[in-house]
Design a protein around this ligand. Structure first.
Ligand code: HEM
Length: 126
């Protein structure tokens, strides 16, 4: 299996696992469970690293069309939003229901946007 396919599978699995660990984390009592929280953060960083390297590969091999470049920019902003809202949620003082809703919404949007931005150009690979 080539490296790009392995990294694509790892990216989708990490994204699903990051969401799963996030849902598990929010079902647990506060203070946040350190191990579940650590897995949630590591997996979300893995998703970002794998998504960025896959998108660089796609840009170098098939190039990105205008719509795909828009999706790329939107996904990058959504990742940033998920990280900021996630960081705010991790402190009791800044963990409000508005921040929780922002994190939830950005997680769902990042899920859709990361997959669309990746699948559209990946479809054109020979
Ligand atoms: C790709 C990035 C991320 C995604 C897709 C994501 C997704 C999620 C999801 C789906 C939940 C469960 C929400 C619910 O049950 O309604 C969650 C919870 C949580 N996430 Fe993330 N997350 C991401 C990044 C981060 C980061 C970087 C941090 C910390 C710096 C973080 C901190 C948290 C915390 C603290 C909770 C639990 C909140 C609570 O219940 O009090 N997340 N995340």
């Amino acid at each position: 299996m080539n490296l790009f396919i392995s990294k694509s599978i790892a990216m989708v699995l990490s994204l699903l696992l990051a969401m799963g660990f996030g849902i598990w984390l929010s079902r647990l009592e506060r203070p946040l469970n350190g191990i579940v929280f650590a897995f949630h953060k590591i997996l979300s960083i893995a998703v970002i690293v794998l998504w960025v390297t896959n998108m660089i590969y796609l840009q170098n091999n098939v190039g990105l069309l205008t719509l795909e470049a828009w999706f790329l920019g939107m996904t990058a902003l959504l990742f940033l939003f998920a990280i900021i809202s996630g960081a705010l949620l991790s402190f009791d003082r800044t963990s409000t229901s508005a921040v929780m809703i922002s994190h939830r919404v950005s997680a769902i949007l990042v899920f859709v946007s990361a997959l669309v931005s990746f699948c559209l150009p990946a479809n054109r690979l020979g």
